[in-house]
Design a protein around this ligand. Sequence first.
Ligand SMILES: C[S@@+](CC[C@H](N)C(=O)[O-])C[C@H]1O[C@@H](n2cnc3c(N)ncnc32)[C@H](O)[C@@H]1O
Length: 215
Amino acid sequence: MRRVTGKQVVDLTAEQFTELRAQYTSVLLDVGTGDGKHPLHLARKHPDQLVIGLDAAPDNFRKTAGKAAAKPAKGGLANLVYLWHAAEALPPELRDIDELHVLMPWGSLLRGVLDTEGAMLRQLAACCRPGADFLVTLNLHAWRPPVPEVGETAEPTPESATEVLAKAYATAGWQLEAAAYLTPEEIAELSTSWTRRLNSSRDQLDVLALRGKIA
Ligand SMILES: C[S@@+](CC[C@H](N)C(=O)[O-])C[C@H]1O[C@@H](n2cnc3c(N)ncnc32)[C@H](O)[C@@H]1O
């Protein structure tokens, strides 16, 4: 696996990953991590959890990855790892994830989590253990007006998500159990830079959270 430690990219072997994950009670994977602030927040809050940020664009998280890889005395976090991979081509060594987050996806990641064929959802499910929790948060401004990635999908509501989207998710092994708009406090609690950036440019930021379990 390609692990980014700042300017450097090193190979994280399957053995090293197994050794690393054995030191923690659970593993959380944040796909499309952007600048990596969400996993940084989680890794600080839960030192007993291994937190992995993954993104197709390594420059987005290079700075945070450099800080995380520093010695603990210099503010580094041993339980925080950043990987440079696309959600369409996940490394096979990435297995037994206990919790999956996909926050504010855009581009092919947004297309992938809305795709009723479920190709990307299936790949993401394959790296999780059965019963893993998932959280997907959709920036509803992607439908106002619709960006090309949303295709024919209408803006989801809590009702339509649990009826329509849930069926597509189920075929890919994702059991969608709850869909709800997030309050400003809940959005802030995610600690993502992207929500902060969007919030500063809008009176109101509308985000729909989808939660459930991987079958
Ligand atoms: C709007 S940003 C959100 C970043 C972060 N989750 C947040 O909330 O601040 C979307 C991120 O998804 C990443 N992304 C888009 N398509 C991807 C894919 N196919 N695989 C992995 N990452 C992808 C982009 O590089 C970008 O960093």
